[in-house]
Write a protein that binds this ligand. Structure first.
Ligand code: ADP
Length: 541
């Protein structure tokens, strides 16, 4: 219509151009496999992305082709994050922690034409080379000098870039072009592909940068510990580029001491990762205190951050925690637990309660909770229902899979499979995933609530609660607990007594078993599938 706004396609190259124009000297620093820091700027990134985009064309990558990445968080992965979509292809981030058969499955399912891989990870690809015959070329960076690579059609990344022209015109004109492909980590079955568009990515990036969300600025230094293969590192590489924030990439150095060192020496303001990472960092900081006063927000998501751990960071270490909820299917950001004006008069304890929720939906995402009949439930902080979402960066169906009623409602909302309450001011509190809920005698018991309460005990390092079959009640909760070192005098009875005042009697686990570790999924979540299997095999008796 005449006089209406411009039709301005929201494409990823616009983010890169903005970073180049506005923040050419802001840095991207990577801790390389040998431990040294590689540093360069958004201007350097820009010129290498243009060369890489040309090189992709020379490798025969056409519009819409899927290109795999198999890498740690580093500057090369950042270059691929831009060059692949900005040349019209689809960046398929491969999860380096998948089992070989799952890895081969997603490469074949996506029909990846080229795979870019880190030299340190090549052995995992060599193992499945025979099962992924459709991959035409493997491009390798960070190979060891003299490393022999047993893959067909190998090209060295730096040779490719050196030989390519820097002159390149961005070809993507339609914002509904696919730009990225992420498979869910398979916590609940076979991995399923989620295909992002340029438009959804652009809007997610703006959504994440709202002041009422993560709100990155040019004075931020962001450390994505969350892998670039896990829901695109929660969109942080793009959000940082758009905001002119600096990036610190940890490469393969992900243990507590290495992260503590990196956060301190690089003066990181926003580290982001899953709770298991922050548990390890906390243990480290307790033994080796460091000055981390520059951290303005420790971002955590992917699983519930126990309230006790949030309290420990805030009270003991003076580090503010920002708890967020999302899903691969939501690009991934859905909710954030920032405090709002109405919370300013609350006690510190009440404020911690709010920070331990999953938070409110950010603008661009709508959510509701519904019962089994599909009826919307009230936001009263106590009624539990299935969380359903819709929005500008929510998936419309899995890649090459038929839409089914268990994924989407008839009126077009995405069914998350999470169960939660929502408070009157819109804060979501996750009680479980549908399949992790303990259904005891017709009532629901939240495994997450029990886990959080157990992990608030000073002697408990980690706790995972699973439903185990029960003749009388149909299911009963079983708690698997890992104690902190030196806590070996604590007993099952002590922990049950500790839980008793907080829960109705029937919520209390029938048994607590002590383990040396909780098995984790490929993205660091408690792997309850494995625990259930161990229980079924009689190993947790
Ligand atoms: P996968 O589905 O393979 O585990 P995702 O990382 O996409 O991979 O997982 C999304 C799920 O993770 C959510 O549906 C939710 O169950 C869980 N989750 C994410 N963030 C949180 C959080 N802050 N608290 C509790 N659970 C979370």
């Amino acid at each position: 219509m005449h006089g209406l706004m411009m039709d301005y396609p929201l494409t990823v190259d616009r983010i890169l151009e903005h970073a180049y124009r506005m923040y050419p000297t802001r840095r991207i620093s990577t801790k390389m496999p040998d431990g040294h820091m590689h540093r360069y700027t958004y201007a350097n990134l820009y010129s290498r992305v243009k060369r890489l985009a040309n090189a992709l064309g020379q490798l025969g990558v056409a519009q819409g082709d899927r290109v795999g990445t198999f890498a740690w968080n580093n500057y090369q992965h950042m270059e691929l994050y831009f060059a692949i979509p900005c040349s019209g292809a689809v960046c398929h981030t491969l999860n380096i922690r998948l089992f070989p058969e799952q890895l081969a499955y997603i490469i074949n399912h996506a029909e990846d034409k080229v795979i870019f891989a880190d030299g340190t990870l090549v052995p995992m690809l060599e193992r499945i080379a025979d099962e992924i015959p459709a991959v035409e070329t493997f491009v390798i960076f960070n190979a060891q000098p003299g490393q022999e690579i047993k893959l067909p059609n190998v090209v060295a990344y730096e040779d490719l870039i050196a030989a390519a022209d820097e002159d390149y015109t961005w070809p993507v004109k339609d914002e509904l072009t696919a730009m990225g492909l992420c498979y869910t980590s398979g916590t609940t079955g076979n991995p399923k592909g989620v295909l992002y568009s340029h438009r959804s990515l652009f809007l997610h990036t703006m959504g994440e940068n709202q002041a009422t969300a993560l709100g990155l600025t040019p004075s931020d230094i962001v450390l994505p510990v969350v892998p670039q293969f896990h829901a695109m590192a929660w969109g942080l590489p793009y959000a940082a580029a758009m905001a002119g924030a600096e990036l610190v990439m940890p490469g393969p150095h992900l243990n507590g001491p290495a992260l503590a060192e990196l956060i301190e020496s690089e003066k990181v303001t926003i580290p982001a990762g899953v709770p298991t990472i922050w548990t390890a960092l906390y243990q480290e900081l307790r033994t080796n205190p460091r000055n981390l006063s520059h951290v303005r927000s420790l971002v955590v998501g992917g699983s519930a951050m126990p309230r006790g751990l949030i309290a420990a960071y805030e009270r003991e270490l003076g580090i503010s925690v920002l708890h967020a909820w999302g899903m691969t299917e939501l690009s991934p950001l859905g909710t954030v637990a920032l405090l709002q004006t109405q919370h300013s008069t609350l006690s510190e304890d009440d404020r911690l309660d709010i920070k331990a929720t999953q938070g409110y939906p950010i603008a661009g995402v709508e959510l509701r909770i519904v019962n089994d009949m599909g009826e919307e439930l009230p936001w009263d902080g106590t009624t539990m229902g299935e969380v359903q979402v819709r929005g500008a960066w929510v998936t419309n169906g899995y890649y090459k899979v038929e839409r089914t009623p268990d994924q989407f409602t008839a009126d077009g909302w995405f069914r998350t499979g999470d169960v939660a309450t929502v408070s009157s001011d819109g804060y979501l509190q996750l009680t479980d995933r549908t399949k992790d809920l303990v259904k005891s005698g017709g009532e629901w018991i939240s495994s997450v609530a029990l886990e959080n309460a157990l992990m608030a005990h000073p002697d408990v390092h980690e706790a995972a609660v699973i439903a185990v079959p029960d003749e009388r009640w149909s299911e009963r909760p079983l708690a698997c607990v890992v104690l902190v070192p030196d806590a070996d005098t604590i007993t099952e009875a002590d922990l049950l007594e500790y839980l008793a005042p907080e829960f109705e009697r029937f919520w209390l686990p029938d048994h607590i078993v002590f383990l040396s570790e909780i098995p984790k999924t490929s993205v660091g979540k408690f792997d309850k599938k494995v625990l259930r299997a161990r229980h079924a095999a009689g190993e947790l008796a």
